[in-house]
Write a protein that binds this ligand. Structure first.
Ligand code: NAP
Length: 321
């Protein structure tokens, strides 16, 4: 076991929230260590969910758009320029029961006065073989992000909850036809959302159906839909497929330590990024199931760094009296 030099701030997670927190904490001379995740992982890889996207057109400051991975590399370079340090591994254990707070990466122990948790969330996926490689190439998990790319096309949305209907309704602004593919004969979504879908002439619903194959090498060309009652399959040509079957925050590491909602999202105090544990702050999608945008994650990352800095100052003022 190796113990590393004590830090003022450790940031766990390196999507837009964690990297923005790193830029702010580094510029405040807190020399943060960013435990950025493992490149091999699809759920909590360095850079977060934007590493799985292509063109990002709604991040302010990039009028021509920017590739998701490039945007994350730029944020990382910016944090490094001000002195943030990076560990390209996954945090494997934590102990926030006393001071300092402790974080392990396998057998290596890291300690810090303040921790910023920005481990993000992941979209649930169908689990089809080429699904991940087609993300950004016809397969998407975010209508707000990618809907614009499907102007004038026929597309489908998988799922039967509020997200699926919200995505489908939003996508009718761009697509000529949106088919919701749902595995049962009833939606799980709220009544009002269901009515929205049923009243929209551009939306049709394909009940009792599962997407069982994706066709296309470099770009999605068609899907296979299987009828869950008869087992009959059909190949359907399609420009885009939106997977809207739910999200899961990456919070297993904090179970029993940080307050969470039933759905696993971390609870922060209203108007701040403070968690229930003193000196531990949370930002980005790990505590936000509403907006889930790179820009809102970045904004809350900035808040977390400022909250941590002020908390550290207050601690210093009280202990040096
Ligand atoms: P959700 O409510 O968990 O719904 C997930 C849907 O995906 C379900 O219909 C489920 O089918 C289907 N599904 C799950 N795994 C699947 C698979 N492997 N293959 C095919 N279908 C699969 O998730 P959500 O829609 O993301 O909503 C999450 C929470 O956010 C909910 O509380 C929701 O009310 C809330 N939300 C609210 C709004 C709003 O009010 N504007 C918008 C979005 C989300 P089954 O029904 O058969 O289980």
């Amino acid at each position: 076991m190796t113990t590393h030099p004590h830090r003022k701030v450790i940031i766990i997670g390196s999507g837009p929230a964690g990297l923005t927190a790193a830029v702010y904490a580094a510029r405040a001379s807190l020399t943060p260590l960013v435990i950025e995740g493992e490149p091999s992982s699809t759920s909590d890889q360095p850079g977060g969910q934007l590493m799985l996207t292509t063109e990002v057109e709604n991040f302010p400051g990039f009028p021509e758009g920017v590739q998701g991975p490039e945007l994350m590399q730029r944020m990382r370079d910016q944090a490094a320029r001000f002195g943030a340090e990076f560990l390209t591994e996954k945090a494997t254990n934590i102990d926030f029961s006393g001071h300092p707070h402790r974080v392990w990466v396998r057998d290596d122990e890291y300690t810090a006065d303040a921790i910023i948790v920005s481990t993000g969330a992941r979209s649930l996926m169908l689990g089809l073989p080429n699904e991940t490689s087609l993300i950004g190439h016809g397969v998407s998990t975010c209508a707000t992000c990618d809907g614009f790319f499907f102007r004038g096309q026929e597309i489908a949305v998988v799922g039967g909850g509020d997200s699926a209907i919200e995505e489908a309704s939003f996508l009718t602004k761009f697509a000529t036809k949106v088919t919701i593919i749902h595995r049962r004969d009833k939606f799980r979504a709220s009544k009002i959302m269901q009515e929205r879908a049923f009243n929209n002439p551009k939306i049709t619903v394909r009940w009792n159906s599962q997407v069982t194959q994706l066709f296309g090498e470099k770009k999605l060309e068609a899907i296979e839909v299987t009828d869950t009652n008869s087992g009959a399959t059909e190949r359907v040509a399609l420009g885009g497929l939106f997977v809207a079957i739910g999200h899961r925050p990456n919070t297993d590491l904090f179970a029993g330590v940080l307050d969470m909602e039933d759905t696993g999202y971390l609870v922060t105090q209203p108007g701040s990024t403070r968690t229930n544990v003193a000196g531990v702050f949370a930002c980005g999608d790990v505590q936000d199931h509403t907006y889930r945008q790179a820009i809102t994650a970045a904004g809350s990352g900035c808040m977390a760094a400022i909250d941590a800095e002020r908390w550290l100052e207050h601690q210093h003022a009280t202990t040096s009296k």
